[in-house]
Design a protein around this ligand. Structure first.
Ligand code: PAF
Length: 284
Protein backbone atom coordinates (compact mmCIF):
# COMPACT_ATOMS: atom_id res chain seq x y z
CA UNK A 1 0.00 0.00 0.00
CA UNK A 2 1.28 3.44 -0.91
CA UNK A 3 0.73 6.46 1.33
CA UNK A 4 0.83 9.78 -0.49
CA UNK A 5 0.80 13.21 1.07
CA UNK A 6 0.82 15.35 -2.06
CA UNK A 7 -1.49 15.88 -5.01
CA UNK A 8 1.44 15.34 -7.34
CA UNK A 9 2.24 11.88 -5.96
CA UNK A 10 -1.43 10.79 -5.97
CA UNK A 11 -1.75 11.86 -9.60
CA UNK A 12 1.40 9.95 -10.58
CA UNK A 13 0.30 6.75 -8.80
CA UNK A 14 -3.24 6.90 -10.21
CA UNK A 15 -1.84 7.57 -13.69
CA UNK A 16 0.29 4.43 -13.45
CA UNK A 17 -2.71 2.37 -12.29
CA UNK A 18 -4.80 3.71 -15.16
CA UNK A 19 -1.99 2.91 -17.57
CA UNK A 20 -2.30 -0.69 -16.37
CA UNK A 21 -5.99 -0.59 -17.34
CA UNK A 22 -7.23 -0.36 -13.76
CA UNK A 23 -10.55 1.11 -12.67
CA UNK A 24 -10.19 3.60 -9.80
CA UNK A 25 -12.52 3.40 -6.78
CA UNK A 26 -12.33 6.19 -4.21
CA UNK A 27 -13.45 6.32 -0.57
CA UNK A 28 -13.16 9.85 0.89
CA UNK A 29 -12.94 9.84 4.71
CA UNK A 30 -11.93 11.99 7.63
CA UNK A 31 -10.18 9.01 9.23
CA UNK A 32 -11.04 7.43 12.62
CA UNK A 33 -12.05 4.50 10.45
CA UNK A 34 -14.65 2.00 11.66
CA UNK A 35 -16.57 -0.87 10.10
CA UNK A 36 -18.83 1.58 8.26
CA UNK A 37 -15.76 2.79 6.35
CA UNK A 38 -14.62 -0.81 5.88
CA UNK A 39 -17.95 -1.55 4.15
CA UNK A 40 -17.27 1.38 1.77
CA UNK A 41 -13.79 0.01 1.02
CA UNK A 42 -15.30 -3.43 0.37
CA UNK A 43 -17.84 -1.90 -2.02
CA UNK A 44 -15.04 0.00 -3.78
CA UNK A 45 -13.10 -3.23 -4.19
CA UNK A 46 -16.09 -4.83 -5.86
CA UNK A 47 -16.46 -1.98 -8.36
CA UNK A 48 -12.80 -1.22 -9.00
CA UNK A 49 -9.38 -2.81 -8.98
CA UNK A 50 -7.40 0.15 -7.64
CA UNK A 51 -8.82 1.55 -4.40
CA UNK A 52 -7.85 4.96 -3.05
CA UNK A 53 -8.84 6.12 0.46
CA UNK A 54 -8.36 9.73 1.50
CA UNK A 55 -7.89 10.62 5.15
CA UNK A 56 -8.33 14.33 5.71
CA UNK A 57 -10.15 16.16 8.50
CA UNK A 58 -11.46 18.96 6.35
CA UNK A 59 -11.42 22.26 8.29
CA UNK A 60 -13.82 24.03 5.91
CA UNK A 61 -16.76 21.82 6.78
CA UNK A 62 -16.61 22.57 10.52
CA UNK A 63 -18.36 25.60 11.96
CA UNK A 64 -17.18 27.81 14.79
CA UNK A 65 -17.44 25.91 18.09
CA UNK A 66 -17.70 22.51 16.36
CA UNK A 67 -15.37 19.58 16.99
CA UNK A 68 -12.64 20.22 14.37
CA UNK A 69 -9.83 20.34 16.96
CA UNK A 70 -10.94 17.33 18.95
CA UNK A 71 -11.98 15.20 15.96
CA UNK A 72 -10.07 11.89 16.42
CA UNK A 73 -6.97 11.45 14.22
CA UNK A 74 -5.63 7.91 14.88
CA UNK A 75 -3.61 7.90 11.65
CA UNK A 76 -1.46 4.81 12.38
CA UNK A 77 -4.52 2.73 13.25
CA UNK A 78 -6.31 4.03 10.13
CA UNK A 79 -3.36 3.03 7.94
CA UNK A 80 -3.35 -0.42 9.54
CA UNK A 81 -7.05 -0.85 8.69
CA UNK A 82 -6.44 0.27 5.11
CA UNK A 83 -3.55 -2.17 4.79
CA UNK A 84 -5.66 -5.03 6.19
CA UNK A 85 -8.44 -4.17 3.74
CA UNK A 86 -6.11 -4.28 0.74
CA UNK A 87 -6.36 -0.57 -0.10
CA UNK A 88 -3.89 0.36 -2.86
CA UNK A 89 -3.30 4.00 -2.04
CA UNK A 90 -4.02 6.27 0.93
CA UNK A 91 -4.02 10.01 0.33
CA UNK A 92 -3.36 11.74 3.66
CA UNK A 93 -2.67 15.38 2.84
CA UNK A 94 -1.93 18.19 5.30
CA UNK A 95 -4.34 21.14 5.49
CA UNK A 96 -1.66 23.23 3.72
CA UNK A 97 -1.54 20.74 0.83
CA UNK A 98 -5.32 20.93 0.37
CA UNK A 99 -5.66 24.67 1.05
CA UNK A 100 -2.28 26.25 0.26
CA UNK A 101 -3.57 29.80 0.55
CA UNK A 102 -6.83 31.62 1.03
CA UNK A 103 -9.52 29.72 -0.88
CA UNK A 104 -11.44 31.92 -3.32
CA UNK A 105 -13.41 29.19 -5.06
CA UNK A 106 -16.24 27.35 -3.37
CA UNK A 107 -18.84 24.85 -4.52
CA UNK A 108 -22.32 25.74 -3.30
CA UNK A 109 -25.12 23.29 -3.98
CA UNK A 110 -28.32 25.27 -3.52
CA UNK A 111 -31.68 24.20 -2.09
CA UNK A 112 -30.61 20.67 -1.09
CA UNK A 113 -28.28 22.12 1.53
CA UNK A 114 -30.93 24.31 3.20
CA UNK A 115 -33.10 21.81 5.15
CA UNK A 116 -32.10 19.18 7.75
CA UNK A 117 -28.44 19.60 8.84
CA UNK A 118 -28.14 22.72 6.68
CA UNK A 119 -30.28 24.63 9.20
CA UNK A 120 -27.96 23.77 12.07
CA UNK A 121 -24.55 23.74 10.35
CA UNK A 122 -24.33 26.81 8.13
CA UNK A 123 -21.50 26.47 5.61
CA UNK A 124 -21.02 22.77 6.33
CA UNK A 125 -22.14 21.49 2.94
CA UNK A 126 -20.20 24.21 1.11
CA UNK A 127 -17.08 22.82 2.83
CA UNK A 128 -18.05 19.22 2.03
CA UNK A 129 -18.88 19.93 -1.62
CA UNK A 130 -15.70 21.97 -2.10
CA UNK A 131 -13.38 19.38 -0.57
CA UNK A 132 -15.07 16.55 -2.48
CA UNK A 133 -14.73 18.48 -5.75
CA UNK A 134 -11.04 19.02 -4.97
CA UNK A 135 -10.51 15.37 -4.00
CA UNK A 136 -12.32 14.17 -7.15
CA UNK A 137 -10.07 16.43 -9.25
CA UNK A 138 -6.96 15.12 -7.52
CA UNK A 139 -7.82 11.40 -7.54
CA UNK A 140 -9.94 11.38 -10.72
CA UNK A 141 -11.79 8.19 -9.75
CA UNK A 142 -14.28 6.25 -11.84
CA UNK A 143 -16.50 5.85 -8.79
CA UNK A 144 -16.65 7.27 -5.26
CA UNK A 145 -18.31 5.61 -2.28
CA UNK A 146 -20.38 7.34 0.40
CA UNK A 147 -22.43 6.06 3.33
CA UNK A 148 -26.20 6.36 3.53
CA UNK A 149 -25.78 7.46 7.17
CA UNK A 150 -24.86 10.91 5.85
CA UNK A 151 -27.92 10.92 3.60
CA UNK A 152 -28.00 14.65 2.90
CA UNK A 153 -24.28 14.66 2.06
CA UNK A 154 -24.86 11.83 -0.43
CA UNK A 155 -27.75 13.69 -2.11
CA UNK A 156 -25.70 16.91 -2.27
CA UNK A 157 -22.62 15.19 -3.73
CA UNK A 158 -24.68 13.32 -6.32
CA UNK A 159 -26.27 16.60 -7.40
CA UNK A 160 -22.91 18.39 -7.58
CA UNK A 161 -21.50 15.60 -9.76
CA UNK A 162 -24.54 15.73 -12.06
CA UNK A 163 -24.73 19.54 -12.26
CA UNK A 164 -20.98 19.97 -12.92
CA UNK A 165 -20.70 17.00 -15.32
CA UNK A 166 -18.02 15.37 -13.21
CA UNK A 167 -17.00 12.09 -14.86
CA UNK A 168 -17.55 9.69 -11.97
CA UNK A 169 -20.27 7.55 -10.48
CA UNK A 170 -21.41 8.12 -6.88
CA UNK A 171 -22.26 4.90 -5.08
CA UNK A 172 -24.21 5.15 -1.82
CA UNK A 173 -23.76 2.18 0.53
CA UNK A 174 -26.07 1.04 3.35
CA UNK A 175 -25.59 2.28 6.92
CA UNK A 176 -23.68 -0.15 9.12
CA UNK A 177 -25.13 -0.47 12.63
CA UNK A 178 -24.08 -1.68 16.08
CA UNK A 179 -26.14 -4.62 17.43
CA UNK A 180 -28.53 -2.18 19.20
CA UNK A 181 -29.06 -0.28 15.95
CA UNK A 182 -26.78 2.71 16.55
CA UNK A 183 -25.31 3.82 13.24
CA UNK A 184 -21.52 3.53 13.08
CA UNK A 185 -19.91 6.95 13.35
CA UNK A 186 -16.48 8.26 14.28
CA UNK A 187 -18.30 10.55 16.72
CA UNK A 188 -19.74 7.60 18.72
CA UNK A 189 -16.44 7.51 20.58
CA UNK A 190 -17.35 10.84 22.23
CA UNK A 191 -20.12 8.99 24.15
CA UNK A 192 -19.72 7.86 27.78
CA UNK A 193 -21.05 4.32 28.50
CA UNK A 194 -24.39 5.66 29.73
CA UNK A 195 -24.81 8.11 26.82
CA UNK A 196 -23.86 5.25 24.51
CA UNK A 197 -26.86 3.28 25.83
CA UNK A 198 -29.11 6.34 25.37
CA UNK A 199 -27.98 6.63 21.75
CA UNK A 200 -29.90 3.46 20.84
CA UNK A 201 -33.12 5.50 21.08
CA UNK A 202 -32.24 7.26 17.83
CA UNK A 203 -32.66 4.06 15.85
CA UNK A 204 -35.67 3.08 18.00
CA UNK A 205 -37.39 6.27 16.83
CA UNK A 206 -36.59 5.41 13.20
CA UNK A 207 -37.93 1.88 13.66
CA UNK A 208 -41.16 3.34 15.02
CA UNK A 209 -41.39 5.40 11.84
CA UNK A 210 -40.90 2.29 9.72
CA UNK A 211 -43.57 0.38 11.69
CA UNK A 212 -46.10 3.21 11.29
CA UNK A 213 -45.49 3.54 7.56
CA UNK A 214 -45.71 -0.25 7.19
CA UNK A 215 -49.04 -0.11 9.06
CA UNK A 216 -50.33 2.29 6.40
CA UNK A 217 -50.12 5.55 8.37
CA UNK A 218 -49.40 8.36 5.93
CA UNK A 219 -49.74 11.48 8.11
CA UNK A 220 -46.12 12.52 8.72
CA UNK A 221 -47.18 14.84 11.57
CA UNK A 222 -48.45 11.82 13.52
CA UNK A 223 -45.34 9.77 12.75
CA UNK A 224 -42.96 12.56 13.75
CA UNK A 225 -44.87 13.08 17.03
CA UNK A 226 -44.40 9.39 17.90
CA UNK A 227 -40.72 9.50 16.98
CA UNK A 228 -40.24 12.55 19.20
CA UNK A 229 -42.02 10.76 22.05
CA UNK A 230 -39.47 7.95 21.87
CA UNK A 231 -36.51 10.32 21.82
CA UNK A 232 -38.01 12.28 24.72
CA UNK A 233 -37.80 9.20 26.92
CA UNK A 234 -34.11 10.06 27.25
CA UNK A 235 -33.65 13.38 29.06
CA UNK A 236 -30.05 13.68 27.79
CA UNK A 237 -31.19 13.70 24.14
CA UNK A 238 -31.63 17.21 22.78
CA UNK A 239 -33.44 16.99 19.46
CA UNK A 240 -32.22 19.18 16.59
CA UNK A 241 -34.70 17.83 14.08
CA UNK A 242 -36.95 14.89 13.33
CA UNK A 243 -38.03 15.19 9.69
CA UNK A 244 -39.66 13.20 6.96
CA UNK A 245 -38.68 14.50 3.55
CA UNK A 246 -38.85 13.54 -0.10
CA UNK A 247 -35.76 11.37 -0.65
CA UNK A 248 -34.62 13.36 -3.70
CA UNK A 249 -35.60 16.97 -3.06
CA UNK A 250 -35.22 16.77 0.74
CA UNK A 251 -38.35 18.90 1.10
CA UNK A 252 -40.73 18.02 3.97
CA UNK A 253 -43.77 15.99 3.03
CA UNK A 254 -47.14 16.01 4.82
CA UNK A 255 -48.18 12.63 3.49
CA UNK A 256 -46.15 9.52 2.82
CA UNK A 257 -46.19 8.67 -0.88
CA UNK A 258 -43.22 7.27 -2.80
CA UNK A 259 -39.64 7.44 -1.59
CA UNK A 260 -39.11 9.28 1.69
CA UNK A 261 -36.20 9.83 4.03
CA UNK A 262 -36.91 9.90 7.76
CA UNK A 263 -34.00 11.73 9.36
CA UNK A 264 -33.03 12.55 12.93
CA UNK A 265 -30.31 14.76 14.40
CA UNK A 266 -29.73 15.03 18.12
CA UNK A 267 -27.18 16.27 20.57
CA UNK A 268 -26.25 13.73 23.18
CA UNK A 269 -23.65 14.84 25.69
CA UNK A 270 -20.64 16.05 23.69
CA UNK A 271 -21.77 14.35 20.45
CA UNK A 272 -23.99 15.47 17.61
CA UNK A 273 -25.47 12.32 16.07
CA UNK A 274 -27.46 11.87 12.88
CA UNK A 275 -29.26 8.88 11.43
CA UNK A 276 -31.94 8.13 8.88
CA UNK A 277 -33.88 5.44 7.06
CA UNK A 278 -35.06 5.43 3.47
CA UNK A 279 -38.53 4.08 2.78
CA UNK A 280 -40.43 3.52 -0.41
CA UNK A 281 -44.15 3.54 0.45
CA UNK A 282 -44.98 2.32 -3.06
CA UNK A 283 -42.82 -0.80 -2.66
CA UNK A 284 -44.58 -2.20 0.39
O1 PAF B 1 -18.28 12.00 5.32
C1 PAF B 1 -17.12 12.43 5.56
O2 PAF B 1 -16.32 11.79 6.23
C2 PAF B 1 -16.71 13.79 5.01
O3 PAF B 1 -17.78 14.68 5.01
C3 PAF B 1 -16.04 13.70 3.62
C4 PAF B 1 -16.98 13.17 2.58
C5 PAF B 1 -14.81 12.82 3.71
C6 PAF B 1 -15.58 15.11 3.19
O4 PAF B 1 -14.67 15.66 4.08
Amino acid sequence: MEVAKTTESVRALVKTARGQGKRIGFVPTMGALHIGHVSLIEAAKQHANFVVVSIFVNPTQFGVGEDFEKYPRPIEHDLEICREQGVDLVFAPTPAEMYPGENFTWVTVEKLTEPLCGQFRPGHFRGVATVCAKLFNIVQPDAAFFGQKDAQQAVVIKRMVADLNMPLEIVVCPTVREPDGLAMSSRNQYLSPSRRKDAAYIYKSLQKCRQMIDAGITDTGKIIAEMRKILSQVPAIKIEYVSIVDAETLQSVDRIAGKVLAAVAVRLGPARLIDNILMDAKKK
